[in-house]
Design a protein around this ligand. Structure first.
Ligand SMILES: Cc1cc2nc3c(=O)[nH]c(=O)nc-3n(C[C@H](O)[C@H](O)[C@H](O)COP(=O)(O)O)c2cc1C
Length: 217
């Protein structure tokens, strides 16, 4: 099926089939879609925590229990749950690791190319760090690109998904020890297969009209 049909067919799953698990090879593809998401200056300011066991999902569900109960079953009943976390600040170690990986992956034809790439990344990083003072916001935007990749990818792979901003971030950060590592939870995505109680499966999709969201110049 073509990509537009899949994009129109996908919807936010509101209730999961607890018995149906995503095959490992499909999970591996979803992981690659997250890892290969684009990010400004290849900053990759994210970390992904994946839960597939009842215990792991229970830990994540604590963040829904704390004020966002309506999302709790979507976490507990899904096959897999991924927490997309974002760095709250640049670190020299991470910036060096990205540069080293680019070198290892053969991105630099010579030393000048490496120097130039590093200078470009540092320039943007310092613009947001010292100029606009909005690194957490800038970094979080990158994580949302990974979210987009994941949601469209899941649709292509016939996997149901639920993106969730409705969770207690403080509780989740604490439970997963994210803040100690310099990260904060951005969004949770449950993944699996829609269950019989999923009212959203039967509803038509709703989007603003083409002429409303596009201007041709
Ligand atoms: C960033 C983001 C956060 C969302 N948070 C929640 C949530 O906490 N709980 C929920 O049931 N749905 C959540 N949604 C689902 C949206 O309500 C849904 O994507 C939107 O209504 C469009 O419907 P569709 O995904 O079925 O096409 C979220 C979606 C996005 C993209």
């Amino acid at each position: 099926m073509d990509i537009v049909s899949k994009a129109k067919q996908r919807y936010t799953v509101k209730s999961y089939d607890r018995e149906r698990k995503i095959p490992v090879e499909i999970v591996a593809q979803l992981q690659e879609l997250l890892r290969f998401a684009p990010s400004s200056v290849n900053s990759q300011p994210w970390h992904f925590v994946i839960a597939s066991t009842p215990e792991g999902k229970e830990r994540i569900a604590k963040a829904a229990d704390a004020g966002f109960q309506y999302n709790a079953a979507k976490i507990r009943d899904a096959s897999h749950v991924i927490v997309l976390a974002t760095r709250v600040a640049p670190s020299d170690e991470h910036l060096a690791a990205v540069l080293a990986q680019e070198e290892k992956d053969g991105r630099f034809v010579n030393e000048a190319a490496k120097t130039s790439q590093n200078a470009g990344r540092m320039s943007y990083t310092n613009l947001h760090r010292f100029g606009q003072k909005d690194v957490p916001y800038w970094y979080e935007k990158q994580t949302y690109l990974a979210l987009g990749n994941l949601l469209l990818g899941a649709a292509m792979l016939d996997v149901g998904a639920t993106p969730m901003e409705g969770f207690n971030a403080e509780v989740l950060d604490q439970e997963l020890g994210l803040r100690d590592k310099g990260f904060a939870a951005t969004v949770i995505v449950s993944l699996g297969y829609s269950g019989s109680e999923d009212f959203n499966a039967k509803l038509p999709k709703s989007r603003l009209a083409t002429e409303v969201v596009f201007t041709e110049i």
